[in-house]
Design a protein around this ligand. Sequence first.
Ligand SMILES: O=C(O)CCC(=O)C(=O)O
Ligand SMILES: [Fe+2]
Length: 492
Amino acid sequence: ELYTALADLEELLHTESLLIGTLQRYIAQQEHRLAVAKRRLVEFQKEYEIATDDVTKYLSNPINAYLLVKRLTTDWKNTEALMTDDLSQEVAQNLTEYRKYLKFPTDEDLTGAATALMRLQDTYKIDTASLARGELNGVQYSSQLSAADCFELGRQSYNNQDFYHTVLWMTEALDRHERETNQTDTERWEILEYLAYSTYMQGNVRNALKITDELLEIVPNHQRALGNKVYYESAIKKGVEESDTNEDTEGLHDELPERELYEMVCRNAISPSPKKLAKLKCRYVHKNRPFLRLAPLKEEEAYDWPRIVLYRQAMYDNEIETIKRMAQPRLKRATVQNYKTGELETANYRISKSAWLKEEEDPVVAAVSQRVEDMTSLTTSTAEELQVVNYGIGGHYEPHFDFARREEKNAFKSLGTGNRIATVLFYMSDVPQGGATVFPSLHLALWPEKGTAAFWHNLHSSGEGDYDTRHAACPVLAGSKWGLYTFLLNVR
Ligand SMILES: O=C(O)CCC(=O)C(=O)O
Ligand SMILES: [Fe+2]
């Protein structure tokens, strides 16, 4: 899963540079070969013309007779070798070697990267055309997508049976195809075929028929399209009308499904009321602890109930660098616990890479761990190891609780401890766009800021889970997000 973290993508650039070199060498070789072949052709043609000009005269000359024989033996053998001698064999061998030791993304990576794009498109309500222009919320980031690129994204969605996005991307592909001057390999009718079927699957038979007619104008004997046309027409006759999927989502925010509320908070389209925010306080924490005496922690309330606090500049840049450096080689796709079996497994609702660090590994880890105690007044002796998390583009963690519910029998069994009383998370990077930590029911978003830590209790003092602490990590829209998390545990 290379697409899950930015760090791994860098290695793909190394792979690409070697491939570009190979392609360059291949072209140079082939061009040299063609140049030699062209020269030979000119020579052969010249001699042949002289010979046929006056055959008898030419052949009566013993030197010419010799040259003709030579041309068709040695010369032609050399030329034949030039034509058939497979230099590309060497290139092929090179490529096989590369496949063995270089990092290559898999088809699964491609699907993952495409799915990530769709997730961003939905969460941040980015229209397909701007995304294809390489624009994220008005900021130009990357190069444009071609009609062929959009077609490929549409095909990916189609293969995932995601007809909603297939329609969006095929429509964009069609639009770009029309405007592109050096029209790509993607034929217009191919786009139309995908578009028609997905439009039908989306419940719009009339449009599906219109698109199919357009296809048939280009390829009149397209068998599948002809079959579909008959089918769509009879469906319309039978009165299977398109279902109106435009549900009105007006109304009170709290009645919205969590998914929508979550995405709204991610987009900053909703936030706690000004009245709520006005009640929040800021203070400096001085305690008789070494770190705090040097630099008192700046504590800022982000929410009052449940109490969620932020500490600015809670981690130094050099600590961040050390921790990232230690974690980098150990990063692995993050897992979640199957609440029935207790097994750890990967899931699409959590896409990031993580690594664990032990206190004894480095003084920096111990120092940060100590700071967690200072901030929380809770002991870290029963805390889980510090977890470093790296989210790549589109990386996210959908709404969840950090504490285990009663029905989750096997939670924390291996640790031999109780439930997660509290969560502390340090942001080890800024995130240019997206990537907030959000609490959907509180309408609250914490925007990552390098060096800031967030802290909240997951359990009421009774030991019961606080359901208002349900939270999520919004998909990263631009850049990458680094976090350092620790969960403080109840002693059992
Ligand atoms: O990355 C974030 O902002 C939150 C992560 C989180 O909730 C978790 O790892 O449990
Ligand atoms: Fe969490």
